[in-house]
Design a protein around this ligand. Structure first.
Ligand SMILES: Cc1cc2nc3c(=O)[nH]c(=O)nc-3n(C[C@H](O)[C@H](O)[C@H](O)COP(=O)(O)OP(=O)(O)OC[C@H]3O[C@@H](n4cnc5c(N)ncnc54)[C@H](O)[C@@H]3O)c2cc1C
Length: 341
């Protein structure tokens, strides 16, 4: 079944809580409903399109003058299992943390560090979500979807998804042309915990012995202490990516700032903590109209109440310009801007 609505408010459909509108808003329960939709509404094929999950990584700077496509495909089903691992196919509309909890309860390992990341399954391979030393790329076995220009189903092997830091084939070559309908995740039946993240071992110990359930509890506790809850304070998590610079470029910065957090990325390249740069530039806790930089985590921009997307965008521009002038580092947004061309 599908539902098409016109001039639809997106306020409850993005975690910034921006009161933008979509010209058309389409939801559907099964991949075949989507494929058949355009038989009924051929003229909508020409509209600009946006795939929307839970809206937790988007900023609506303006209304969306086109068709928003929101899959509500549910279900978690086992498609293969042996003594070592299990493959679970999960619908694009399933909430990510619901799935993480399901795996933790069943002791399917590898996913526990990704607890409490907001959003739906469909966006997981697009974003290659990551946290606490684990990325979705290590779990995605296959991505199933529909190519928009042909409306044909297609499955892409995880190895071919061109995963990189918060990006993938779906955000680059296939951008806006591949609707993810389900993802097959391969989970391990043996533990291989990744608990090197600073402070994680101690936090786990507060909950009891080292096991998958206590790792999830510890990750949730750390995240809740650090990040504002979008249900209370509109935000989209980290607004910027941690910039990647050459080792050579990082040398003078390390000499000037002994406390600058710099992590190895790839040979010759390092990642610099964007939150540190923003805080050091003096932005933590500052406001621009109804938009602000969170006072506990400078990487997170917040909607103090009735902020417009434009206000949050302007704040992000001011921060990026200032960081560039102070450190000669370009901040790239992790959050996707949705605005009129
Ligand atoms: C408080 C908070 C904390 C966060 N912490 C983290 C974190 O630790 N690590 C991390 O990686 N991210 C984090 N995020 C960002 C966010 O949770 C992820 O990017 C998440 O995957 C977005 O999912 P979504 O369903 O909300 O996607 P949306 O925001 O709706 O969309 C994101 C992108 O995916 C595309 N998309 C969505 N669904 C589909 C689909 N079915 N098919 C094709 N394309 C699709 C959209 O077009 C868009 O380009 C955080 C966000 C918040 C608000």
């Amino acid at each position: 079944m599908h539902i098409l609505q016109k001039n639809y408010s997106l306020k409850s459909l993005n975690t910034f809580g921006i009161d933008a509108k979509a010209k058309y808003y389409l939801t559907f329960d099964a991949p075949q409903d989507f494929a058949q939709f355009f038989d009924q509404y051929p003229s909508l094929k020409l509209e600009k399109k946006l795939f929307l999950g839970a809206g937790s990584n988007l900023l609506f700077v303006t209304d969306f003058d086109g068709l928003i496509i929101h899959p509500k495909i549910e279900g978690i089903k086992c498609v293969h299992e042996d003594g070592n691992s299990i493959d679970l196919e999960v619908g694009a509309g399933v909430n990510w943390d619901f799935f993480v909890n399901y795996c933790v309860e069943n002791e399917y390992y590898g996913i526990e560090n990704l607890s409490l990341i907001p959003g739906n399954i469909g966006a997981v391979p697009v974003q290659n979500i990551g946290a606490y030393g684990v990325e979705a790329s290590s779990l995605v076995y296959q991505v199933n979807g529909i190519t928009l220009d042909t409306l044909q189903s297609k499955s892409i092997n995880g190895k071919d998804c061109e995963f990189d830091y918060r990006t993938s084939l779906f955000k680059e070559k296939l951008k806006d042309n591949f609707l993810v309908t389900s993802v097959i995740f391969r989970l391990s039946k043996q533990p291989n915990f990744k608990i090197q993240y600073e402070g994680l071992v101690d936090k786990i110990a507060q909950f009891g012995p080292l096991n998958i359930q206590n790792i999830r509890k510890a990750i949730i506790a750390i995240r809740q202490a650090k990040l504002p809850d979008p249900a209370v304070l509109g935000n989209a998590g980290s607004f910027f990516k941690n910039p990647i610079v050459s080792e050579n470029q990082s040398i003078p910065l390390r000499q000037q700032y002994s406390d600058i957090p710099v992590y190895p990325f790839k040979p010759g390249l390092v990642k610099v903590a964007a939150g540190w740069l923003i805080e050091k530039a003096g932005w933590k806790g500052s406001s621009l109209g109804n938009a602000a930089v969170h006072d506990r985590q400078a990487l997170v921009l917040i909607n103090k109440g009735e902020a417009s997307g434009e206000e949050i965008f302007q704040l992000s521009q001011a921060i990026a310009t200032d960081v560039k002038s102070k450190f000669d580092i370009t901040l790239e947004r992790e959050v996707q801007l949705i605005k009129a061309d």
